[in-house]
Design a protein around this ligand. Structure first.
Ligand code: A3P
Length: 316
C-alpha cells in the first residue's frame, strides 16, 4: 500500500468515515487496507506509514492485542537491559512493561508521545500493525521483528474480558464471538495477522522471529534464550551458570508482575484512554477459553482457523 501523505484533518476524517464499519467493541472499527482498525488508530497508522523510519538496530515487538504483548515487552526489556540493572532493583519492579517499551503508534508515557528517539540501543519498540500495513521502511531496514501470537480462542476470551473491564456495557460474549469469526477485531482478522508474520518469518528467519504464547508457557527458559540470541545478545555460559535466564523468567512471570503495586493499582494512558494496569493481568493461563466458550463455539472457531491457515504450516 502506498502511504497516504499530507491529508488535511478534514480529508482524513472524510476518508475514515467512508470506510466499512463494525460496532460492538470498545471503539468503532473500520476496514482499512484489508484489516479492521479502530477509527482513532487510523490517523496514527497513516502517520506511521508516512513517516516512521526504523534504525537497523531496532527490535520491534509485534503482537495481536491480547496475545501477550505485556509479557513479551517485559521479557525483551529484561533480556536486552540485563547488564544495566540488578534483578533486585529493576525498572520492571516499579514500572509497568508498557512504560518500559513504547508502542510506536501510541502516545503513552504520561500521556505524551513516547520519546523513542532517545531510547537506549538497541531500541525496543512495539506495535500491533499487520505486516502488510507497516511502512516499506521496515522491510527495507535491517531491523528485527519479534512476533508473538496465541491460540485465537484465548485471544478472543482475553480481548472480551479486557474490553468489558474498561467498558462494562460492551456486547456480550456471543456477538463478540461472531465478530471475531468475521475477522472484525482490532487489527483483525487474527488469522491474517498471524499468517502475514508467519510467512515473513519463513522468508527472513534471521529478521523475523515467530513465537507462540503457549510455547513460552511450556518452555520459558528455552524461549528466553532463543529470544536473546535472536536479539543479538545471547546469554553467556557464565550467565547461564549464574541463573540469569531463570532470573528473567521469574521477574517477568505472571505471578511476579501481577503482584507488583504498579501493576495492581497503577493507571496508565494508552492512546488517550486511561487504563488500569491491572487489566493487563487477568489469568495468564493457556486454555482459559474452556471456561467461557461452548464446545460448539470452540469447534467452529477451530475449524475456521484451521481452514484459514491451511497449507501454511502454521497451526494452533
Ligand atoms: P488473559 O486475559 O488470558 O489472562 P496483552 O498483553 O497482549 O494485552 O495480553 C494480555 C494477556 O496476557 C492476558 O491474558 C494477561 O493475563 C496475559 N499476561 C500478562 N502478563 C503476563 C505474564 N507475565 N505471563 C503470562 N501471561 C501474561
Amino acid at each position: 500500500h502506498d502511504p497516504i501523505k499530507d491529508l488535511t484533518v478534514q480529508e482524513q476524517s472524510n476518508l475514515i468515515s467512508s470506510l466499512p464499519k463494525r460496532e460492538g467493541w470498545m471503539r468503532v472499527l473500520r476496514r482499512y487496507q484489508g484489516f479492521w482498525i479502530s477509527d482513532v488508530a487510523i490517523p496514527r497508522l497513516m502517520a506511521i506509514q508516512a513517516h516512521f523510519k526504523p534504525r537497523p538496530t531496532d527490535v520491534i515487538l509485534v503482537t495481536q492485542p491480547k496475545a501477550g504483548t505485556t509479557w513479551l515487552k517485559a521479557l525483551a526489556f529484561a533480556i536486552v537491559n540485563r547488564s544495566n540493572y540488578s534483578f533486585s532493583q529493576h525498572p520492571l519492579l516499579s514500572r509497568n512493561p508498557h512504560e518500559c517499551v513504547p508502542f510506536i503508534d501510541l502516545p503513552y508515557v504520561g500521556g505524551h508521545a513516547a520519546d523513542y528517539k532517545s531510547l537506549a540501543q538497541p531500541r525496543l519498540l512495539a506495535t500491533h500493525i499487520p505486516y502488510s500495513l507497516l511502512p516499506a521502511s521496515v522491510a527495507d531496514s535491517d531491523c528485527r521483528l519479534v512476533y508473538l501470537c496465541r491460540d485465537p480462542k484465548d485471544v478472543l476470551v482475553s480481548l472480551w474480558h479486557f474490553m468489558k473491564a474498561m467498558k462494562p456495557e460492551i456486547m456480550e460474549l456471543s456477538p463478540a464471538f461472531e465478530m471475531f469469526c468475521d475477522g472484525a477485531t482490532p487489527y483483525g482478522p487474527v488469522w491474517e495477522h498471524n499468517l502475514e508474520y508467519w510467512r515473513e518469518s519463513l522468508r527472513r528467519p534471521e529478521k523475523v522471529l515467530f513465537l507462540k504464547y503457549e510455547e513460552i508457557v511450556a518452555e520459558p527458559m528455552r524461549s528466553v534464550k532463543s529470544l536473546a540470541e535472536f536479539m543479538g545478545c545471547p546469554f553467556s555460559e557464565e550467565e547461564e551458570r549464574d541463573g540469569a535466564v531463570e532470573e528473567v523468567v521469574r521477574l517477568c512471570s505472571f505471578e511476579k508482575l501481577s503482584s507488583m503495586e504498579v501493576n495492581k493499582r497503577g493507571v496508565g494512558l494508552m492512546g488517550g484512554v486511561t487504563i488500569q494496569q491491572a487489566n493487563f493481568f487477568r489469568k495468564g493461563k493457556v486454555g482459559d477459553w474452556v471456561n467461557h466458550l461452548s464446545r460448539d463455539m470452540a469447534e467452529r472457531l477451530d475449524r475456521l482457523v484451521h481452514e484459514k491457515l491451511n497449507g501454511s504450516g502454521l497451526t494452533f
